[in-house]
Ligand binder design. Structure first.
Ligand SMILES: NC(=O)c1ccc[n+]([C@@H]2O[C@H](COP(=O)([O-])OP(=O)(O)OC[C@H]3O[C@@H](n4cnc5c(N)ncnc54)[C@H](OP(=O)(O)O)[C@@H]3O)[C@@H](O)[C@H]2O)c1
Length: 250
């Protein structure tokens, strides 16, 4: 006798939204999640060409992708990106809050507008992205932020503002994780060290010599951790900040 399949046995397509998914770590995360079977929406702010490249690659591999223009400094744009994702793909299971900027300068000369922009994108934008996403997320979903190992160790002059934004994310994640335990939504923070992207172009050879493992990280390596945190096996982990940095903070 053929038994009718319950909903539990029908694999449901999962949906992910990557804030800042057009380049670097975010692009690698979007591609990896698509490979894992997620339909993936990704936001961008300045590079529609790169965002479309990521979507085209996802679609060429048989997946579903959607590029959305949304400045993470703009609360309405963040909310609209979540709404567009849900409208297109029907639900939301995982959000990767990766969009971030790094402007450097020592305390004596750091411009107010750079301070405000970094707080807007790297801190307020992260909180608002999580807030907007979980309003639509299925129970048991996944929130993943991309912080930085600078939250643990500031190794250079000129990084105080960047480091404080990433330390704020690590602390925020603990509180938000607590808030979302009743819904079994896990909230975890990845803290990469030097990773080869446009953000670090030009300083890589300088950094390489400082890394105990003797090399720079690749975006795909960070995406591997995103994949784990977005998957079923990470369900017992929440509120954690995981540093992945070639031993830089040792
Ligand atoms: N690379 C590293 O060594 C490193 C180390 C630790 C932590 N991180 C963190 O990892 C994350 C990604 O860094 P990355 O190195 O991959 O940077 P990246 O190569 O500069 O890429 C940044 C990505 O974020 C998007 N983005 C930037 N500002 C945005 C905004 N206001 N609204 C929406 N999207 C925005 C960019 O979109 P567009 O393409 O449209 O500009 C791009 O997709 C950041 O949070 C960064 O702080 C990086």
């Amino acid at each position: 006798m053929v038994k009718a399949m319950s909903n539990e046995t029908i694999p449901q397509r999962k949906v992910a939204l990557v804030f800042g998914g057009s380049r670097g770590i975010g692009a690698a995360a979007a591609s990896r999640l698509a490979r894992d079977g997620f339909a993936v929406a990704l936001t961008y702010v300045s590079r529609p060409d790169k965002a479309q490249e990521v979507v085209a690659a996802i679609e060429a591999a048989g997946g579903e992708g959607l590029a959305i223009l949304a400045d993470s400094a703009e609360p309405e744009a963040i909310r609209a990106a979540v709404a567009q994702t849900v409208e297109r793909f029907g639900t939301l299971d995982a959000v990767v809050v990766n969009a971030g900027i790094m402007r450097m300068g020592t305390v004596d000369v750091f411009p107010l507008e750079d301070l405000d922009r970094m707080l807007d994108v790297n801190v307020r934008g992260v909180f608002l992205a999580i807030q907007a996403a979980v309003a639509h997320m299925r129970d048991g979903g996944r929130v993943i932020t991309i912080g930085s190992n600078t939250a643990v160790r500031s190794s250079f002059p000129g990084t105080s503002v960047y480091a404080l934004t990433k330390a704020a994310v690590a602390t925020m994640v603990k509180g938000v994780a607590f808030d979302l335990t009743p819904r079994r939504i896990t909230v975890n923070n990845i803290q990469p060290g030097p990773t080869e992207t446009d953000m670090t172009a030009g300083v890589m050879s300088h950094l390489e010599g400082m890394l105990p493992l003797g090399r720079i990280g690749q975006p795909a390596e960070i995406a591997g951790l995103v994949s784990y945190l977005a998957g079923a096996e990470s369900g017992y982990m929440t509120g954690a900040s995981l540093t992945i940095d070639g031993g830089f903070v040792l």
